[in-house]
Design a protein around this ligand. Sequence first.
Ligand SMILES: [Zn+2]
Length: 340
Amino acid sequence: MPKAELHCHFVSVMRPERLLQLAAKNGVALKSDSVDTLLDFDNLVDFLDVFNAAHEVLVAPDDFATVAYEGVRDAVEVGSLKYREYFVNPLNFRARGLSYGFVMDSIADGLAQAKADFGVGFGLIAAVNRAHGPESAVDLVAEVAANPRDYVLGIGLDDLTAEGEEAPLRFAEAYELAGRHGLKRTAHVGETMAASPQNVVDAIQTLKVDRIDHGYRVVDDAAALAVAQGSGIPFACTPVSTRVLSAWPFDPSHRIARMIAAGLPVTLSTDDAVFFRTDIATEYRDALPPMGLAAGDAKRLARASFEAAWCDDAEKARYLAQVDAAFLALDHLLDPEARS
Ligand SMILES: [Zn+2]
């Protein structure tokens, strides 16, 4: 089943072996030189340690391009990936002196090669790291607008503020600026029990987002849910990460299942594939059946992942045609007698 992935942090497509190799090459100390120990964490703080280390090991243009290329190849092999949008936090690389253009172009080089070899489309999303504060967010958006690239489609908002909050309204100025420059907008909100359903409403009404990342808490408040339903805005949900970071079991009461039941346009992604030991196929296969969702739901979610993509209309139409053709073949495989 062809799939698009809309919520994927770039460094998280890095193979663990590549992380170790690049750390050795570029002189970065890791907490362990064993893949298993490195990825053995059960809380956000330990996760962020290794996530930050994964930024530090990327130095040369080829480091970025190799990771980008391998990440596509892996997802094609295991998950029939056709298109992916990546969050890149440019400021996470700035401590090492790497510029916005250098980072984005190096990643795009690898992804363009992968597109040529595997036919997988891509876009980049410049992500605001909340920890750097609202002023830095405005500066970043201004830099994105001043250095346009046709493959940089919009902005995102991830991590937490220094106080450990989502606080979307603090970033309103950056989002307004992005809108004025015609950039698409998404934001991580309503992710954990520490976040409020109101954060989803604020992202929709004040940040004027085109998409929401996570957003699970929206089903915990009827008024917030009504706003989301009225907006038609798609959600990029990441099931495995909710199990790792929030310990939410996959059952029919899972918030993603309730979002789907409420008619919200839900799509599935990996978030941080390598660190959560997942991939795009695993997200569908592990999460949907125990949530009480069947093959028809999986097909709807896969189709929705392309509909919610930020590529241009012609590219989107090509993917949707591929999806529909694949579904016809799949239906025939499952039931050769049926004619539709
Ligand atoms: Zn994320």
